[in-house]
Design a binder for this molecule. Structure first.
Ligand SMILES: [Zn+2]
Length: 65
C-alpha cells in the first residue's frame, strides 16, 4: 500500500447544513451549492464530519461536478 500525503487526496462528504441533503464526495477545498435549498456548502459549514475518507488519485470514485 502506498502512503499518501494527508489532505492531498482526502475527499469529504458534503452534506447541506440546512436541509441535510447529501451532495457529493469532494476535496475539502471544494464548494458546491445545494440543489434543493440553494445553500452554498463548503468545508467550513458542511455536515458529515467524521466520515472523511482517503481516496487514491486513480480512484474511479472521484465525483465530478
Ligand atoms: Zn440544502
Amino acid at each position: 500500500m502506498k502512503k499518501y500525503q494527508p489532505g492531498e487526496n482526502m475527499q469529504v462528504l458534503f452534506v447541506c447544513p440546512k436541509c441535510g441533503r447529501q451532495l457529493a464526495w469532494a476535496l475539502p477545498a471544494a464548494e458546491m451549492q445545494c440543489p434543493k435549498c440553494g445553500t452554498w456548502v463548503n468545508n467550513k459549514n458542511r455536515k458529515g464530519r467524521g466520515r472523511d475518507v482517503f481516496l487514491p488519485p486513480d480512484s474511479d470514485q472521484t465525483v465530478l461536478f
